[in-house]
Write a protein that binds this ligand. Structure first.
Ligand SMILES: *Cc1c(COP(=O)(O)O)cnc(C)c1O
Length: 392
């Protein structure tokens, strides 16, 4: 067991010197918001050159918009990718990235405890269009490798949602490449600062920018990054036709908040581990689901941890009473922003039970997810302590 943090949480520097496509005549320190749907052309010749792809000028903001392009360029640099595409949400990025590569009769491999709405997308949409979906325990590398031959795509999330189970991305990527399987990893939890799936051989990286990249609970956004070839396929096969583009203003919000990502992540890493270690010592807590405690081989790919994890309370804890007794820690579903938040699985068990990921993969209703926000670990611990006492 890795009882002590053993990761260098030193933040990487954000890429410097990226400028607006086409440049900014005023050298604005902060990029302008190009709040326009269309771009004008001086001549027939210029229009024809842009249509023919001989000139990169944006045409219409459902396709390209300079503020959004800057965010795409920045995320690509942070992930060590050739290209990236922004979307109106993390789910739009997930749906497009999968739909660009599958057709009826194909099989995809994914993991238990995948993000709840990614699970519903597989169950409700992919299956309806004749795509087979194999759910594998992603922490079992042999089982993952055995499922890859013949699959079209492997959809991973490291760590997974709610129980934070790990995968060995390097081993899976290597085998997937041999079998011609496209690999996608949801990297929202670790951010490009703490995990770089592309460097481990993965093909495409997804971010729910609504979480840490946005970091301020004020926007919903998504991104996918990878090679020019694969991002090109997403652009060609699906992106313009589903219309799930990111607005220039929301791209600007994410760009602004990226500036503080290294500082925020260092706090989430440290405070998250401190709270997780404290919870582990409590009699009223039976289990803490934090990757640091997993002892999994996939840990080698992490440079640090997110501040989102979960724990299971003992039978004697009245869960509604515990949740209601919290004061600093609020009740809410998202994560990655300044708020410290809880989500009790018990309350989520009733959501469409036939496609409920917690029911399907057997998450205990005594599990509570905790988002360690920008509060100090001492303040969060004090709040958890008084609430556990009241509810016990
Ligand atoms: C929130 C979340 C998503 C979906 O992002 P949205 O922007 O809400 O669509 C995907 N993956 C993970 C791990 C998430 O937590």
């Amino acid at each position: 067991m890795n009882e002590k943090p053993r990761f260098d949480a030193e933040p990487l520097n954000l890429p410097q010197g990226l400028t607006m496509p086409g440049g900014d005549p005023y050298d604005a320190a902060v990029p302008p918001i190009y709040q326009t749907s269309l771009f004008l052309f001086d001549s027939y010749r210029e229009l024809e050159d842009v249509f023919a792809g001989r000139s990169p000028k944006p045409i219409y903001s459902r396709g390209d918009n300079p503020t959004v392009m800057l965010l795409e360029e920045k995320l690509a640099a942070m992930e060590g990718a050739e290209a990236a595409r922004a979307f109106s949400s993390g789910m739009a990025a997930i749906a497009a990235s999968v739909l660009a590569f599958v057709k009826p009769g194909d099989r995809i491999v994914t993991v238990h405890h995948v993000y709840s709405d990614a699970f519903r997308f597989f169950e409700k949409v992919l299956k309806r269009f004749g795509v087979l979906v194999d759910y594998i325990d992603g922490s079992d590398t042999q089982a993952m490798l055995a499922a890859l031959p013949g699959a079209r795509l492997a959809y991973l999330e490291n760590p997974t949602s709610m129980v934070f189970a790990m995968q060995d991305l390097k081993a899976i990527a290597e085998s997937a490449r041999q079998h011609g399987v496209v690999t996608i990893v949801d990297n929202s939890w670790a951010t490009p600062l703490y995990q770089n799936p592309l460097a481990l051989g993965i093909d495409l990286v997804i971010h729910a920018a609504s979480k840490y990249l946005g970091g301020q609970s004020d926007t919903v956004a998504g991104l996918v990054a990878g090679s020019k070839e694969l991002i090109g396929a997403i652009n060609r096969e699906i992106y313009p036709y589903t219309g799930a583009k990111l607005s220039p203003f929301e791209a600007w919000l994410v760009l602004r908040n990226l500036e503080t990502l290294p500082f925020r992540m260092r706090h989430h890493h440290e405070a998250g581990l401190a709270v997780a270690h404290w919870l582990k010592d409590q009699d009223s807590v039976t289990q803490v689901f934090h990757p640091a405690f997993s002892g999994h081989k996939g840990l080698a790919g992490f440079k640090g941890f997110g501040g989102l994890f979960s724990f299971e309370v003992a039978e004697n804890i009245d869960i509604p009473a515990f949740v209601d007794a919290l004061k600093l820690v609020r009740i809410g579903v998202s994560w990655g922003g300044p708020e410290s938040l809880v989500v009790p699985v018990k309350a989520a068990m009733s959501i469409s039970p036939e496609t409920n990921v917690f029911v399907r993969f057997g998450v205990s209703p005594r599990t509570i997810r905790l988002n360690v926000g920008i509060h100090s670990s001492q303040d969060i611990i004090a709040d958890l302590q008084q609430a556990l006492q009241k509810a016990g």
